[in-house]
Design a protein. Structure first.
Lengths: 169, 157
């Protein structure tokens, strides 16, 4: 019995760091809450939340960012909260801010993020302004739960938002 | 004649050991402590900037215990691939008075927003910091510098 306990705890001690490194750097699954990404996620608020597979290699290991991707990032105003938004513009892009009704150029190391549900989203337009690329965690690839919602996440950039783009990164 | 093939099971075992070691290294550096080298003049005289080595703890960052006076390692706000070392001079909701520099003609009063800190180098004339790029989100901070171990051993406060 005791030998068995030692064996199990040894396996846990060897496996736990691998699991943590994997979910931090390779991929993880997150529950998306709130209406800010409707209709892409949680199209019907009464039916509960979507669970989404997030790929982290491109942001955290390769520093490669693509306009139009749905991304997971740390909330700029809260280091304990992760949020889901769509990546609209990258550094040196000229982006149209439809709240201010003006164009804004994105500074070095920053990006512009917006929720798909523009009326109920806290994002670059409403509160954050351009966001640091270092806050980005990964790209949402597909909805994996509930079964009725299973499917790929579209990575289309909404038209008319980015006025001029710099070279892609 | 004997042909020796690749012993796949030993390759597999070596792969497991490699993955486990790399993962332990990552977890220790992200949630425990790590060593870092300081280069550049922005933290003079606290650090010489000529290859000083410091011990950085990454625990306070997760507990939300970063406060004014701490020396921190932080993801560089203008390039996520690089790290910088600066001193936190104000926490969230504190007011910072910034004197004129080459980009700003007037004295500015900045309120540090929620979840952010104001960082500056100890050598203000040779430092690119919050005076240029504004307050920095706490989520960009990787750790708090505890000790300098090279060239001299001293506690950093």
């Amino acid at each position: 019995m005791r030998a068995w306990l030692v064996d199990v705890s040894k396996q846990v001690a060897l496996t736990l760091p691998v699991a943590i490194a994997f979910t931090d750097l390779i991929a993880s699954v997150v529950k998306v809450e709130g209406p800010s990404m409707q209709p892409t996620f949680n199209p019907d608020s009464r039916k509960g939340s979507d669970w989404v597979l997030v790929e982290k290699v491109s942001h955290k290991l390769m520093y490669k960012y693509t306009r139009g991707d749905v991304i997971v990032l740390w909330a700029p105003d809260n280091p304990r909260l992760q949020i889901v938004k769509r990546l609209i513009a990258l550094e040196s892009d000229l982006v149209w801010d439809d709240r201010k009704q003006s164009a804004e150029e994105i500074g070095a190391g920053h990006c512009w993020v917006e929720g798909d549900n523009s009326r109920r989203s806290c994002d670059s337009r409403t509160s954050y302004g351009p966001v640091h690329l270092g806050l980005l965690e990964g790209r949402a690839l597909c909805v994996i739960w509930p079964p009725s919602r299973m499917g790929w996440v579209n990575g289309e950039l909404p038209p008319g938002k980015v006025l001029t783009t710099s070279k892609g990164r | 004649m004997q042909v020796k093939g690749i012993n796949w099971s030993s390759v597999f075992n070596a792969g497991i050991v490699f993955t486990r070691s790399l993962s332990c290294f990552y977890v220790l550096g992200t949630y425990g402590a790590f060593l870092s080298k300081v280069s550049g003049p922005s933290m003079f005289p606290t650090f010489s900037g000529q290859g000083d080595i410091v011990i950085v703890e990454a625990v306070s960052r997760w507990l939300g215990k970063i406060s004014s006076g701490d020396v921190v390692i932080c993801i560089r706000p203008v390039d996520p691939r690089e790290n910088i070392i600066k001193r936190v001079t104000a926490g969230e909701n504190e007011v910072v008075v910034v004197y004129p520099d080459r980009d700003h003609a007037d004295i500015r009063r900045v309120v540090v927003p929620a979840g952010h800190v104001w960082i500056q180098g100890d050598n203000p004339t040779h430092s690119l910091d919050s005076r240029q790029y504004g307050p920095v989100p706490l989520a960009l901070i990787r750790g708090r510098v505890l000790l300098q171990v090279w060239p001299t051993l001293k506690a950093i406060a």
